[in-house]
Design a protein around this ligand. Structure first.
Ligand code: HEC
Length: 188
C-alpha cells in the first residue's frame, strides 16, 4: 500500500516512470482480475446444473455484485463495458473505454491474444489524476448460450432476455471474440 502511495505521489508530481506504471498495472491486475474467472466458473456450473435461463442472474447480478465488492474493498471503480451492450444503462463505455475497446478489436485482428489484451494509463479527470485500466473479456463456449448467434439461442431464453432488455445488442458473438471489458478507475 505504502509503495503504491509513493508511486501515486511520483505520478502526480509528473515524474512517472515506466516501472511505476508497471507496478500500478500489476497491483490493479491483482485486485481486479480474479473476478473474471470466478464469474466464468459460476456461469459454467449454473448452466450445467440448472440450464441457461436459471443462469441469467450470474451475468445480471453476480458479476456486478462481485465487482462492487472488490470496488468497496479497494476504493476504486470497477464495471463491465461493451461496444454491443445487453444492458446499456450499466455497460455503455465512456469515450476512453470506447477508444480502448476499438483498439482491442484492431489488436486482436492483428493477431494479439485476446485473453491478455489490456491497457493502463494515467489520465487527468476534472483536474485530478486517475489511473485507468481496462482488460478484454473473451467469449468462451458457455457465453454463446446467451451471446451467440440469435437464431441459435433457445426460444424461452430469448423471450426471457427480450423482456428485460428491449435494446439488447449482445447477440451474434462467436467464440474467441471480445465480448467487452473489465474497466477500473483508481484515484492516485
Ligand atoms: C444465461 C445467460 C448468459 C450467459 C450464459 C452469459 N451472459 Fe453475459 N449477460 C447476460 C445478461 C442477462 C446480461 C445483462 C446484465 C445486466 O443487466 O447488467 C449480460 C451482460 C454481460 C456483459 C456486460 C455488458 C452488456 O452487454 O451489458 C458482459 C461483459 C458479459 N455479459 C459477458 C459474458 C461472458 C464473458 C460470458 C461467458 C463467460 C457470458 N456473458 C455469459 C446473460 C448471459
Amino acid at each position: 500500500m505504502f509503495r503504491i502511495a509513493l508511486i501515486a505521489a511520483a505520478l502526480v508530481a509528473g515524474s512517472a516512470h515506466a516501472q511505476d506504471l508497471d507496478a500500478l498495472k500489476v497491483d490493479t491486475r491483482k485486485n481486479a482480475l480474479p473476478v473474471l474467472p470466478k464469474v466464468v466458473g459460476m456461469m459454467q456450473e449454473t448452466v450445467a446444473a440448472k440450464g441457461p435461463v436459471e443462469a441469467i442472474p450470474v451475468c445480471k447480478e453476480k458479476a456486478p455484485e462481485l465487482l462492487k465488492e472488490q470496488a468497496a474493498k479497494t476504493g476504486w471503480q470497477m464495471r463491465r463495458v461493451s461496444l454491443k451492450t445487453r444492458n446499456p444503462e450499466r455497460g455503455t463505455p465512456d469515450v476512453w473505454e470506447a477508444r480502448q475497446l476499438a483498439d482491442f478489436n484492431i489488436r486482436a485482428a492483428n493477431g494479439e491474444k485476446i485473453e491478455t489484451l489490456e491497457t493502463g494509463e494515467v489520465v487527468t479527470e476534472n483536474g485530478k489524476q486517475v489511473y485507468r485500466y481496462i482488460r478484454a473479456i473473451p467469449v468462451g463456449d458457455v457465453c454463446l448460450k446467451c451471446h451467440g448467434p440469435v437464431d441459435k439461442v433457445d426460444a424461452s431464453l430469448k423471450s426471457q432476455l427480450a423482456n428485460s432488455y428491449p435494446h439488447d445488442a449482445a447477440f451474434g458473438y462467436e467464440k474467441g471474440q471480445i465480448r467487452g471489458a473489465l474497466t477500473v478507475k483508481r484515484p492516485l
